[in-house]
Each structure stands twice: as C-alpha cells, then as structure tokens.
Design a protein around this ligand. Structure first.
Ligand code: B12
Length: 441
C-alpha cells in the first residue's frame, strides 16, 4: 500500500505569497485519512530531483490549477515526472479542470480530473488506487478507460464546517505572512467558505459551485484566526472568500467572538452590497470594533444596462449611497469594476468613469480596480461574448497562454487598453495622494 501523495500548486505568479488553501484543504483531508502528504508551492524548482528518491512510494501527484499560466507550469512539471516514471498517476483538480473536465482529461499528461470540492474525492481516489476499487463509483471524478473518457456523477458540495479543518502542520505558515501596506505588517490570507449564491454573468464560481455556498462556522474560523494571531503573530487577515458575507449572523457571531477574546488584528472581506445595505448602525460598529476596516464589493459598472446584463440587483445610485454610508462608519470600500463589454465598450467605460467621479465627489476614501471583461466558457455570459465574435481556446496548451490581464476579445482595441491603463494609473495616483494628505504626510 502506497501512502505518499504530493500536491502541487504551480504558482508562477504567486509573487505575493498567497497561502495555497486549495492544496492545504485537500492535503488536510488526506492527512486525516492517514496518507503522508507533501505540499509544494511554486514553479518547477527541484520537484523532480526530490522525487527521484521516493518515486516508487508515491501513490499519486495532484495539481491545483487555475485557468492561465499555471496550466503551462503544471504541464512542464508533469512532463518531467512522466520522464522519470510512467506509473505515477497525475491528478488535476481546481478551477480549470472543474470548468473544463473533458478538455483537461484529453491531455496525455492528465490521468484523472477531480471536479468541484476535492477533499472527499481525493481520499476516495487514494483508496481506489491502492485497493483497485472501480473508479466508476467515485463521485466528482473524471478518468480514462480503454481510450474513453468517463465523467462520473457530480459530487455534492458540502459545508466546510463538515470537512476536515486546515492542518497547519502541513505547511510553513510563516512563508505566507507578508508586510502588506494595504493592511498590516504581518498579514495573511484566509478562506472560510466556498461558493456564492449570486450568479454574476462573468464568474466561474457560478459554474463550479452552482450558486451554492459552503461555509465554516463562526467558531471554527475564529479558532483558526486565534491561532494565526497568537502563535504566528499575524496582525492582519485578508479573507479571500468569494463572498464572506452571505450569512450576516455568521459575520456578527465572528465579530463578537473576536471582541470578547480581545483579539487584535485588522481584516478585510469580500462582501455583497445587499449585506452592507441591510446592516444596522450597531452592526457596522461591531464589525469595525472587531477590526474589519475594508470591504471589497463587485460594483462592476456605472452602466445600468451592463449591471442588468451581468445580473446585478443594484443601481449605480445604490453604489454612491453605500459609499457614503461606509465612509460615515469609517470603512473603506474596494470597488472592483469590469469594463469593455460588447458591443459598445466605449459607452460603459465612460459611464463607469462617471460613476467613479460621482463617488469621489462624495468621498475619496474608497479604491477602485478596473478589469477588462475576459469571457470564461460555461459562465452565463459566455454565449453573449461568442455572439459578439469571441472565440475561446480549445486546447490545454492554448489556455496556458490565456492572460487575464491582456484583452483577448475582438471588440477591444489596443488604444482602448492603453487608455484604460492610463486611467488606472490616474486613479491610483489620486487615491495615494489623498491617503497621504489624510495621514498628514
Ligand atoms: C487565492 C487566489 C489567487 C491567488 C493564488 C495563489 C494561491 N496560493 O492560491 C493569486 C492571487 C495568485 C490568484 C491569481 C489569479 N486568480 Co485567483 N483566486 C484566488 C481565490 C481568491 C482563492 C482560492 C482559494 O484558495 N480558495 C479556497 C480553496 C479551499 O478552494 P479551491 O481553490 O476551490 O479548492 C478546492 C477545489 O477547487 C478542489 N481542488 C483544488 N485544487 C485541487 C487539486 C487536487 C489534486 C484536487 C484533488 C482537488 C483540488 O478542492 C479544493 C478544496 O475543496 C479564488 C476565489 C475563491 N474564493 O476561491 C480566486 C480565483 C481562483 N482566481 C481567479 C482568477 C481569474 C485569477 C487570476 C487569473 C486573475 C485575478 N483577478 O486574480 C490570477 C491568475 C492565476 C493564474 N492563472 O495563475 C478565478 C479563477 C477562474 C478560473 N476559471 O480559473 C477565481 C475563482 C476568482 C473568480 N471568481 O474569478 N488567485
């Protein structure tokens, strides 16, 4: 029986050193089930050299892969592994394989695809490989047999409170504590839930979690945060949940636990405008008292047409109103915007600029990040993008060259991209200047 499993997150662009929760979550489940797990984060490094010693003991190697550059690195590592041994099964999980199981499995360097939440499937796959159990009985698994691709039934996602907790012993936590001027001197990321109940037309979350939301309890995340603050001296946490605020009671319970324990750290979350609109004054105050100071909101656009197209349930005026309210309660908002929609990208760019100016006339406290729309297959607005002339890559290698930050859509010109970039820089400069003035520098 083989016990060693290696999980790799091929993070070429992870310069910020973001904690790899995907492989930590899967690795924690495997460790709890008795497997010896090694988590590797980074480019290729010495992975293959290290493998040489233990190659005969490895049960499988898992890759956690987003759409884009990570695919290329995962393929490069897989190729070296295959040259070393033909026998080690190569398993792909995460965002890209979950959205494109067929296309991923079609690659000769991929043996299995784990779709959706990976904890339980990873453990069952380990057992099946050791005990030669039929793969057909494993939910959430795609595999090859006699040249055919089989996609087993989906595995139902479950709340994170019922999954194994993060096993901090598997990872060098200190490596992921950074001095982030946007938050604090010893900041770290944390993910307390998966999925989101909304169905924004551009978002992969809708495809992977099908509008379900799978949280930990307030108590569980509090215990982790307490450990990070007390044992690792963390003084800032960036909650990287797709939507932290789905359950307001969970948020408030978490705040109360922090206040009662007098735990001191600054934190920020990604939330939904509806959550903020419904907050009572005493809830804003509790959130602030517990250390939360910044909230990321997917504002997306200053054009009502685009907001409706995406499926947002608010108006540009709602965004202006919430800006004022948040500012009054001493909160900063980080608005993410998506511009460059077909068929008339100039129009929504202009309307979004107007919205940002209107917000800045109310308060300069808030920040904006501008993305250019990048269509992902299977997302609700993908057919709309195709109707306007978008064609997506069809092979894994092509998806490896997919650069989220460079427009690939035919309705965006080079000149448009350059003007957007210039506008981003202006916004950033203006905000920095305001902050320095506010600080009295
Ligand atoms: C952290 C993060 C990053 C970090 C990644 C570093 C790191 N160490 O993880 C950084 C900042 C570098 C990053 C960059 C980008 N990211 Co990002 N990122 C995230 C974020 C916020 C959290 C990921 C996470 O840790 N989730 C928590 C874990 C527990 O869940 P999970 O990742 O889904 O993993 C589960 C399953 O997928 C599965 N699984 C995952 N891997 C594996 C592997 C195996 C072997 C198995 C069996 C199972 C399995 O099991 C896990 C446990 O249930 C997500 C949004 C989100 N909240 O998930 C976006 C997200 C993954 N990013 C996204 C995007 C678009 C990007 C960027 C392209 C641009 C951008 N705007 O951020 C870049 C480029 C990435 C690249 N191509 O290289 C998209 C992905 C879309 C897609 N189709 O791939 C997401 C979903 C955001 C969104 N809704 O649009 N990102």
């Amino acid at each position: 029986m083989k016990k060693k499993i290696i999980l790799i997150i091929p993070n070429v662009i992870n310069k910020q050193m973001v904690m790899p929760y995907s492989i930590l979550a899967v690795g924690s489940a495997l460790a709890e089930a008795g497997y010896e797990v090694t988590l590797l984060d980074g480019g290729t490094g010495d992975i293959v050299e290290e493998l040489q010693e233990i190659v005969s003991q490895v049960l499988y190697i898992g890759f956690s892969v987003f759409t884009g550059e990570q695919i290329g690195v995962a393929l490069k590592i897989s190729k070296s592994i295959r040259e070393l041994s033909q026998d080690i099964p190569l398993v792909w999980g995460g965002w890209h394989p979950s959205v494109f199981p067929e296309l991923t499995l079609a690659h000769e360097l991929v043996d299995f695809v784990v779709r959706g939440q990976g904890e339980l499937t990873a453990v069952e796959l380990a057992k099946a490989l050791n005990e030669e159990i039929e793969f057909a009985s494993l939910y959430g698994l795609s595999y090859k047999t006699d040249g055919e691709f089989k996609h087993n039934q989906d595995r139902k996602s479950i709340v994170r409170s019922e999954l194994p907790r993060y096993n901090w012993d598997l990872i060098d936590v200190n490596k992921y504590i950074i001095n982030d001027p946007a938050i604090s001197t010893r900041a770290i990321t944390y993910v307390s839930s998966q999925g989101c109940p909304y169905s924004c037309g551009f978002c992969s979350d809708v495809v992977k979690y099908k509008r379900g939301w799978y949280p930990m309890t307030a108590q569980q995340m509090f215990e982790d945060v307490q450990l990070l603050v007390n044992e690792y001296d963390v003084n800032g946490i960036l909650f990287y949940d797709s939507n932290f605020s789905v359950d307001p009671n969970r948020v408030m319970d978490f705040c109360q636990l922090i206040v009662d324990a007098e735990l001191k750290f600054k934190w920020l979350i990604a939330g939904h405008i509806t959550f903020l609109q419904r907050l009572k004054p005493e809830e804003w105050a509790l959130l602030r008292k517990a250390g939360c100071f910044k909230i990321l909101i997917g504002a997306e656009s200053g054009s009502q047409r685009i907001l409706d197209l995406i499926g947002k349930n608010f108006t540009p005026q709602d965004l202006i109103d919430i800006s004022k309210k948040a500012s009054d309660h001493d909160f900063e908002i980080f608005f993410t915007m998506i511009i460059g929609w077909p068929p008339n990208p100039e129009e929504d760019f202009e309307m979004t600029r107007q919205l940002i100016t209107s917000i800045q006339e109310v308060t300069m406290d808030h920040e904006f990040i501008i993305h250019i729309y990048a269509p992902f297959p299977a997302t609700p607005l993908y057919p709309y993008a195709c109707e306007h002339g978008y064609t997506a890559p069809t092979r894994l290698e092509e998806w490896a060259n997919y650069d989220y930050y460079k427009s690939t859509t035919p309705w965006i010109s080079k000149d448009f991209e350059e003007r957007v970039q210039k506008y981003r820089m202006e916004l950033n400069f203006k905000h920095q200047k305001y902050k320095m003035r506010k600080k009295g520098v």
